[in-house]
Design a protein around this ligand. Structure first.
Ligand code: BGC
Length: 825
C-alpha cells in the first residue's frame, strides 16, 4: 500500500516516536520502525527502557575523542575515518540513525556542552562535521547533525530564546550547518531545544523551509531534540518531520484534528510522513539482532582508530625552557626518570557527561601506559603520587607526597584538568578555572626547580595561572578511550603532536566578548556581541590572549614562502626545517575592503571582524621536505549576508589574504582585488562600538541598528506559562510550586557536591518547561494536563490539581481510543 493511501491518523502516527529511541513504522505500508541512538563520539545503544541523559546502561562501544578534541586535528579526513568506524559500530549494534555530530558554535568557553562541539568558527566546524558525516553514512547509517540552531548555552536549555540578528545567524551560527549539509548530505538533522527570535527551532519555517530545504537543498528528515518540540501542528507546517522521544498519541490526535479542521493541509502531513518513511527504508539493516554486541576484532580495530584520532588531535601548547633551562622538555628523552603526578594519570577522564556518554570497550591510563612502554621508550617511571583530591578538597599531604618525588626524578609530569562535574550536558561551567587544589599542586611542583610537564585534560579552555612557570604543556582534550596511550606516544616523541586549537583561549574569563551576559538567566539569550565571537573579537580589538585561535606547536619547525593568489585560490610553499617528520596546519584568512592593509587605499565596506578563516590544509611533511600547498576559494570565501536584501553578496574592492599558523601568526599575505556583485560602501556609522569590535561597550541603540529593531530584555515573568522552566517557579507566589522548584535546586546542588557528578535527571527537570512533559511521557500527559500543571505553577494549586486528575482520566480514555483506531480494530 502507498504511503498516501494510509489514513490521516496513521500518517500522523509516523511523525512521533514509539518509545525513547524508536520511530513508529507502519506495517500496512511496509515501513519499518528505525532506531536512533547517541552519539557523536561513540554509540550509546541502550539496553532496557532507555533514557536520554546517559544514565542507563548501554552496550559497550568504542569511545572516540569528543568533537572539541577532534576539531584540534583540523583534519576532516581523520574525522571521516572516525565516522567510518562509528557508523560501522552503529550498524553492528542495531542502530539506524546516529545522533551526531554536534556542531554548535562555541560562543562562550563556559557552555557545558562545548566538549561536544567543534569550534568557535563555522568553517572548521562545518568541514569537520562533514568529514564525520561522510564516514558514518558510508555504512548505510544516517548521521544526524545537531542542534540546529543557535544553541550555545545549557542553562534553561529547553526554555531559552536566542535573540540574534539575521546576518550573525547566517554567517556565524548557520554556515557550519550549511557546509555539513552541502558537502556531506546528512540524511537527517536535529533541531535544537531553543527558540530563535521567538519561534521554536522545530517549528521555525524560516530555518527549516526557507534556509535548510529551499536554500541548501536538504531533503532529509528533521527530528526534534528529545522533548524539544512544542506544537506538533506548527512543526509539520514548518518542516519538522519527527517529534522525539514520544508524546504517545497526544500529537497524533492534535495532527488529525487539525487536518479535519482544515488548519493543516494533508499535503504537508504527507510530505513529513514521506521524509520519515525514506529514512526507514534507506537505513534498513538485515541480520542484526537487538542484543548483538561488537566482535573482539572490531573492538581492537576501533580502539586503534580511536588512538589515531587522539594522536592527531593533541596540541602542544608550550614546549620551552622553564626555570632557566634551555632545551625543550618534550619529547622526553630515553633515560629520563619521570614522576607521574595527578589522580587523572591513574583514573582517566576521557569524555564528558550527558547523552554522549559511552560505555567504553577498553580502559587505559597514563601511568600504566608509561610503565608498559618503558622498554620501548627508555623512559622510567620514578614514582606516582595522586597530587590532588578529585573533588577539589584542599589536601596539603597530597601535594607534599608529590613534591617528595622531585628528588628521585628528572621531570615532573603533572596530569591535571577539569573534573567530571565541570563538563556536562545540562549545566554550564561556573568558572574557567580548574580546581584550586590542582593549581596549588602545579605551583608547588614548579617551586621544586625540576622541569614540570603538564598534560591538560579538559574539553574546553581553562585559565592557566602557572603557565609561565611550567616547561611544557600538552593539551590532550577529552581524548577518548585510547587517549592515554596516545598521550604517552606524544610525550615520548613516537608521535609528533600537530593539533592546533579550534578556539581561542583567553587569559581570563572576563576577557570573553560575551562574559557580561552569558549565560542568559531569563528567557531571552541576547546575542549582543553579534559576529564578534571568539577570535573575531580578540583580533579585531587587539586583545591579549593566552593562545590565539589556530595556535599549535610541533617537535618540527616549518617555514612558509611564496604566496600566489589567482582567481580560484592561493598557493604557497611549506618546508619542514627539522630532522623529524611532522604536520602543520596552514590557515587561510581574509580581511574585507574595510580592513585593507594597503597604504593609500580608502577603507570602506560592511561591518566585519579584522580577519576571518576561510580555508585550511593539514600538511604532513617528512624531515626537510618541501611542498606546494593549494587552498581553493569557494562560495564562503568572500560572501557576507545582506540582511536587508535577504541575500548573500560579495563586496568588490581590495581585500587582503593571509596565510598563517594561527590567526595571530600570519606568515604570508597579499592584497587581492575582488570583483564582487556590490560596491564597498562605508558601514553605517551608527553601529558605533561594533565598528571597532568593542562589543563590551555597545549601547542598546547601537544594538538596535545591528538587529534592525529594538531589542528589549524582558524582566522576570510574574505569571508562568507552559514554556517557562520549572526552575523559574522558585519565584512563584504559590507555596507548592515554589517548594517544588527550590527543593529540586537544593537536591541538585547537594548531589553535585556529594558525588562530584552532576545530577542530570534533576537538572533536566529544572530546565524543562511543563510543555515538554507532554512530549516525553509516552502520552501520559496531554496539553490540557499541562495547562493544569501551569495553574499549580501560578499558585492556583487546588484548581490545578483538580484539572490534572480530570485531564488524566480524559486523556487515558482518549489514548485507548486512538490506539484502537490505529490498530484498525
Ligand atoms: C540531547 C541530544 C541527544 C538527545 C537524545 C538530548 O537531551 O540534547 O543531543 O541526542 O537528548 O539523547
Amino acid at each position: 500500500m502507498e504511503l498516501e493511501e494510509l489514513s490521516v491518523q496513521e500518517k500522523a502516527a509516523m511523525l512521533s516516536g514509539g518509545s525513547e529511541w524508536d520511530s513508529r513504522g507502519n506495517e500496512r505500508a511496509g515501513i519499518p520502525s528505525f532506531v536512533m541512538s547517541d552519539g557523536p563520539h561513540g554509540v550509546r545503544r541502550q539496553l532496557g527502557e532507555g533514557d536520554h541523559l546517559g544514565l542507563g546502561a548501554s552496550k559497550p562501544a568504542t569511545c572516540f575523542p569528543t568533537a572539541g578534541t577532534v576539531a584540534n586535528s583540523w583534519d576532516p579526513e581523520l574525522a571521516e575515518t572516525m565516522g567510518e568506524a562509528l557508523g560501522g559500530e552503529a550498524r553492528d549494534l542495531d542502530v539506524n540513525v546516529l545522533l551526531g555530530p554536534g556542531l554548535n558554535i562555541k560562543r562562550n568557553p563556559l557552555c557545558g556542552r562545548n566538549f561536544e562541539y567543534y569550534s568557535e568558527d563555522p568553517i572548521v566546524a562545518g568541514r569537520m562535521a562533514a568529514g564525520l558525516i561522510r564516514g558514518i553514512q558510508s555504512n548505510g547509517i544516517a548521521a544526524c547533525p545537531k542542534h540546529f540552531a543557535v544553541n550555545s548555552q545549557e542553562l534553561r536549555r529547553q526554555a531559552s530564546n536566542s535573540v540574534i540578528d539575521e546576518r550573525t545567524m547566517r554567517e556565524i551560527y548557520l554556515t557550519g550547518f550549511e557546509i555539513a549539509v552541502r558537502e556531506a548530505a546528512p540524511l537527517t538533522i536535529m533541531t535544537s531545544y531553543n527558540e530563535i527570535n521567538g519561534v521554536y527551532a522545530h517549528e521555525n519555517k524560516h530555518l527549516l523551509q526557507d534556509i535548510l530545504r529551499d536554500e541548501w537543498g536538504f531533503d532529509g528528515m528533521v527530528v526534534s531534540d528529545w522533548g524539544g518540540s512544542n506544537s506538533a501542528v506548527a512543526a509539520v507546517k514548518a518542516g519538522g518531520s519527527l517529534e522525539m522521544p514520544s508524546p504517545g498519541y497526544t500529537s497524533v490526535r492534535e495532527l488529525a484534528g487539525a487536518v479535519k479542521a482544515g488548519t493543516l493541509s494533508e499535503a504537508d502531513l504527507n510530505k513529513r510522513a514521506a521524509e520519515v518513511a525514506r529514512i526507514a527504508r534507506a537505513t534498513r539493516q538485515e541480520g542484526v539482532g537487538r542484543d548483538d554486541l561488537l566482535t573482539e576484532e572490531a573492538i581492537a580495530a576501533h580502539h586503534a582508530v580511536a588512538r589515531r584520532v587522539a594522536e592527531g588531535s593533541m596540541v602542544l601548547l608550550k614546549n620551552g625552557s622553564a626555570n632557566g633551562r634551555t632545551a625543550p622538555a618534550l619529547p622526553l628523552k630515553p633515560g629520563t626518570r619521570v614522576a607521574v603526578i595527578g589522580d587523572m594519570a591513574k583514573t582517566p577522564r576521557f569524555q564528558g557527561s550527558g547523552s554522549s556518554k559511552v560505555n567504553a570497550t577498553r580502559n587505559e591510563n597514563i601511568l600504566d601506559e608509561l610503565v608498559e612502554a618503558a622498554g620501548e621508550t627508555g623512559i622510567a617511571v620514578a614514582g606516582y603520587a595522586q597530587g590532588y583530591d578529585r573533588q577539589g578538597k584542599a589536601d596539603r599531604n597530597l601535594i607534599d607526597e608529590a613534591v617528595a618525588l622531585a628528588g628521585s626524578s628528572d621531570v615532573l609530569l603533572a596530569v591535571v584538568g577539569l573534573d567530571e562535574r565541570s563538563e556536562s550536558e545540562g549545566l554550564d561551567r561556573s568558572t574557567m578555572a580548574i580546581p584550586q587544589a590542582q593549581n596549588d599542586l602545579v605551583a608547588a611542583l614548579c617551586a621544586t626547580g625540576k622541569p614540570v610537564v603538564v598534560v591538560l585534560v579538559a574539553g574546553s579552555p581553562v585559565e592557566l595561572p602557572w603557565f609561565d612557570d611550567v616547561a611544557s604543556l600538552l593539551y590532550v582534550g577529552l581524548s577518548g578511550q585510547a587517549g592515554a596511550s596516545a598521550t604517552v606516544r606524544a610525550l615520548s616523541g613516537a608521535v609528533n603532536p600537530s593539533g592546533h586549537l579550534a578556539e581561542t583561549w583567553p587569559k581570563r574569563y572576563e576577557d570573553c566578548p560575551s562574559a557580561g551576559w552569558y549565560p542568559a538567566i531569563g528567557r531571552d539569550a541576547i546575542y549582543r556581541e553579534g559576529p564578534f565571537v571568539g577570535y573575531r573579537y580578540y583580533e579585531t580589538v587587539g586583545a591579549d590572549v593566552r593562545f590565539p585561535f589556530g595556535h599549535g606547536l610541533s617537535y618540527a619547525t616549518f617555514s612558509y614562502s611564496g604566496l600566489v593568489a589567482d582567481d580560484t585560490g592561493v598557493s604557497f610553499t611549506v618546508t619542514n626545517e627539522s630532522d623529524v617528520p611532522g604536520a602543520t596546519v596552514a590557515q587561510l584568512y581574509v580581511s574585507g575592503p574595510s580592513a585593507s592593509s594597503e597604504a593609500g587605499v580608502e577603507r570602506k565596506g560592511v561591518l566585519r571582524p579584522a580577519r576571518e578563516l576561510k580555508g585550511f590544509a593539514k600538511v604532513e611533511l617528512a624531515a626537510h621536505e618541501t611542498r606546494t600547498v593549494r587552498i581553493d576559494f569557494d562560495r564562503y570565501t568572500f560572501r557576507h549576508f545582506d540582511a536587508a536584501a535577504g541575500a548573500w553578496r560579495v563586496e568588490s574592492g581590495l581585500w587582503t589574504l593571509g596565510v598563517g599558523t594561527s590567526v595571530a601568526s600570519i606568515e604570508l599575505s597579499c592584497p587581492f582585488a575582488v570583483a564582487g556583485d556590490v560596491d564597498a560602501v562605508a558601514a553605517d556609522p551608527t553601529l558605533g562600538h561594533y565598528l571597532t569590535g568593542d562589543v563590551k561597550h555597545v549601547t542598546d541603540a547601537e544594538m538596535a541598528v545591528l538587529f534592525g529593531h529594538e531589542v528589549i530584555a524582558p524582566g522576570k515573568p510574574t505569571v508562568f506559562g507552559v514554556n517557562d522552566p520549572i526552575s523559574s517557579w522558585a519565584d512563584s507566589r504559590g507555596f507548592v510550586a515554589r517548594t517544588v522548584a527550590r527543593t529540586l535546586m537544593k537536591r541538585e546542588r547537594n548531589v553535585r557536591e556529594k558525588t562530584g557528578a552532576p545530577d542530570l535527571n534533576t537538572l533536566f527537570i529544572l530546565n524543562m518547561p511543563p510543555r515538554a512533559m507532554s512530549k516525553m511521557t509516552q502520552g501520559m500527559v496531554d496539553a490540557a494536563m499541562v495547562d493544569a500543571i501551569v495553574k499549580i505553577g501560578n499558585g492556583r494549586t487546588f484548581r490545578g490539581l483538580g484539572g490534572l486528575v480530570a485531564g488524566f482520566l480524559r486523556n487515558q480514555s482518549a489514548n485507548k481510543r486512538t490506539a484502537k483506531e490505529l490498530n484498525h480494530d
